[in-house]
Design a protein around this ligand. Structure first.
Ligand SMILES: Nc1nc2c(c(=O)[nH]1)N[C@H]1C(S)=C(S)[C@@H](COP(=O)(O)OP(=O)(O)OC[C@H]3O[C@@H](n4cnc5c(N)ncnc54)[C@H](O)[C@@H]3O)O[C@H]1N2
Ligand code: MOO
Length: 639
């Protein structure tokens, strides 16, 4: 059968997110079904009815101590001058904690308060009051007492109470069924071999995991190809078997983005496009009584849209309020620009430096999943705002616990593989410590220290005049600041070449001559400064270097780029070349040092870091990488 032609839809709406959500919720009539389940399996489930205790706890009078059960009235005359003797089985019985206190006994005396005359005769010198050290029936739970109202989310302690009172089965709200359909001709499973143009399908599993975490029952459909008939079939089946359907990708304006037309054909579409960045191309519609949501393919957009639109539906089904995140006031380390008319969601790194929470935006690219892994918070810029200035105090939604953010060491500047080793060693020695690093290049690292945004910066900046590393830069840019330069590593810089060096590059002049594709680093990176110096020394201008304008942000990304292109060449450190299996021609040894605020250097965290750096274990690990040597017990340089 020939597929019906669907016209490419180019103009998306810019509907306010709140409006789209309310409109969607108004259309959604949850099934309100309940089910009876074992209390032992009820973790995280929502009670459908008030729950009453089936039995009391304790369900008999129980001794609260190890000792003897007595009749209180028979002990009243006991005192130091008038010890009373008690006969076993007549006046007392031995009881342990939790044993029944049998009638007619009505009090317990702790074993350490009795004197043993013989095994069967004891003496006491203090009276017991009625019911002392006894847990009476129902002390904890009384039969028929209401344990939980309806709408209660069952926690581990709640399960204890349910079982203790023999309320072994309870009625809970049925989990809403959410079917997740990943679409796209280009998608393969993570277990297949990847090749250019083939994308690994992971959104489906992430989306399903979110739904499970929120209390829904996720059904992940197999990948559906960009074929209108196949999509229609999958949507119809899902709509018939679910409360909510999430269809991923194909939501935008691409030539194969049919989803919106198909939903329109099978039901109705309320929204196509919301006024948010990212996350704009969202589709919201309905097939019969099932809400269908098309969420954008880009992972960050997808997960945000899922939280905006699918979570409210799950919560509505479960009749629970939507949780909100804690907020934290932070100072902005950088200016944030936002588009007028759209709500902006900016992933933020937050550091606690010099007693202040400083937040900096992470990449805004919607395809960078690591940004969500790394983000400490989310800054929401409302549609009527053009953004914020550096230094503004703003409120961010927290994605991580504030204690974790507060105890993190903020590392900035140039990236080095040994920093990852340092991070893991620190984590091993001090479980509560961690290093969060953003790789912005040496110069930006110096600036971050200057602005109070980082505790440490890794720097390797060659002064073209003195041919010395780092010191003159710190003097120039941080004069008067209370900082310490800790000499850390010597590492080998050199040319990155595809295996076998196909273009036979042996010198910087060869790069220009042979028109090799050079993979450059960003301005301010130490490696870039080295390159610019080499160009100058050899009287080569940047326009003679192909690829000079395009900048990468780390040694590893340069190496990855060189690996993929036989005409490419890059400049960087040996371990990155080794990691990617490239050829490497050494050029120079450089100093990679750690610039720290003096406050951090002298703090306990600073001291443990230095201790790790100077440990034999760490130095052996670093030597094993190759191309490195850690400087042993250097003199810190104060400015
Ligand atoms: N001309 C225009 N192009 C695009 C627009 C636009 O307004 N005009 N919007 C852009 C925005 S914003 C987004 S977001 C995306 C949304 O695209 P789709 O929802 O149609 O998704 P695809 O194009 O199929 O995929 C985009 C991208 O997402 C990743 N992806 C998709 N599915 C999965 C999956 N199951 N697992 C993991 N990753 C997935 C993948 O990287 C795709 O390349 O459109 C822009 N274009
Ligand atoms: O709106 Mo898209 O969802 O930026 O990535």
């Amino acid at each position: 059968m020939v597929n019906k032609q669907y016209k490419r839809k180019i103009y998306l709406q810019d509907k306010p997110r709140g409006f789209a959500r309310e409109e969607m919720l108004a259309h959604f009539k949850p099934r309100m079904e309940t089910e009876r389940i074992y209390s032992a399996d009820a973790l995280g489930r929502v009670t459908a009815e008030p729950i009453y205790a089936t039995n009391s706890m304790p369900h008999y009078h129980a001794s609260a101590m190890d000792g003897i059960a007595v009749i209180a009235e028979a002990t009243y005359l006991a005192h130091e001058q008038n010890p009373i003797q008690l006969k076993r089985n007549e006046d007392f019985v031995y009881v342990d904690t939790g044993n029944e206190v049998p009638p007619p006994f009505n009090a317990v005396i702790m074993i350490e308060h009795v004197e043993e005359i013989t095994e069967d005769v004891l003496e006491i010198i203090e009276p017991a009051s009625p019911w002392q050290h006894i847990r009476p029936i129902g002390e904890d739970i009384v039969q028929e007492e209401m344990l939980f109202p309806q709408g209660h989310i069952v926690r581990p302690v709640d399960i204890g109470v349910l079982l203790a009172s023999q309320s072994t089965m309870i009625d809970v709200i049925k989990k809403p069924v959410v079917t997740v359909i990943p679409t796209g001709n280009e998608l393969i499973t993570p277990y297949e071999t990847a090749s250019p143009g083939k994308l690994i399908e992971f959104n489906g599993t992430v989306i399903s995991s979110f739904i499970t975490e929120w209390g829904g029952e996720a059904i992940l459909s197999p990948i559906v190809k960009d074929d209108p008939e196949k999509i229609k079939e999958a949507l119809l089946h899902a709509a018939n078997t679910s409360d909510v359907v999430v269809i991923n990708a194909g939501s935008s304006a691409g030539s194969k983005d049919y989803t919106v037309h198909i939903i329109e054909e099978l039901g109705e579409v309320f929204t196509h496009g919301v006024a948010t960045r990212p996350g704009k191309p969202v589709i919201i519609g309905k097939i019969n009584e099932t809400i269908v949501i098309g969420i954008p393919g880009y992972p960050v957009s997808a997960y945000l849209a899922l939280e905006w639109f699918v979570r409210p539906l799950v919560c509505k089904c479960l009749q629970i309020p939507e949780p909100s995140r804690p907020l934290l006031k932070v100072k902005l380390g950088r200016r944030i620009v936002s588009t007028m008319g759209a709500e902006d969601f900016v992933r933020m790194n937050i550091g606690y430096v010099n007693g202040e929470f400083i937040a900096n935006p992470l990449t805004r690219a919607a395809g960078v999943t690591m940004s969500l892994v790394r983000a400490d918070g989310l800054l929401v810029v409302s549609p009527d705002q053009l953004g914020f200035e550096q230094g503004d105090i703003v409120e961010v939604e927290l994605l991580k616990p504030v204690e974790e953010i507060k105890s993190a060491i903020v590392f900035n500047g140039s990236h080095d593989l040994t920093i990852d080793l340092l991070t893991s060693q620190l984590k091993k020695n001090h479980v509560t410590s961690k290093i969060i690093s953003s790789h912005v290049g040496s110069m930006a690292g110096i600036m971050a220290i200057k602005k109070g945004e980082a505790h440490i910066a890794g720097i390797h900046l060659l002064d073209p005049e003195t041919k010395q590393y780092n010191v003159s830069y710190v003097q120039r840019f941080l004069s008067g600041a209370d900082v310490v330069l800790y000499p850390f590593l010597k590492r080998t810089q050199g040319w990155f070449l595809p295996k076998g060096n196909p273009l036979q590059i042996n010198h910087i002049k060869d790069i220009a001559k042979k028109q090799a594709h050079f993979v450059n680093r960003q301005k301010g990176a130490g490696t870039r400064i080295l390159l610019d110096l080499l160009l100058k020394e050899n009287e080569i201008t940047p326009d003679q270097i192909k690829g000079y304008q395009r900048e990468m942000f780390s040694h590893l990304s340069v190496a990855a780029e060189v690996k993929g292109n036989n005409n490419a060449v890059g400049l960087g450190i040996y371990p990155a070349a080794k990691a990617m299996g490239l050829d490497f021609i050494p050029l120079a040894d450089e100093n990679y040092d750690l610039l720290m605020t003096r406050e951090f250097f002298e703090s306990d965290q600073g001291k443990s870091l230095i201790e790790i750096i100077q440990s034999e274990q760490f130095q052996t690990q670093v030597n094993q990488i190759g191309g490195y040597s850690v400087i042993k017990n250097p003199e810190p340089i104060y400015f």
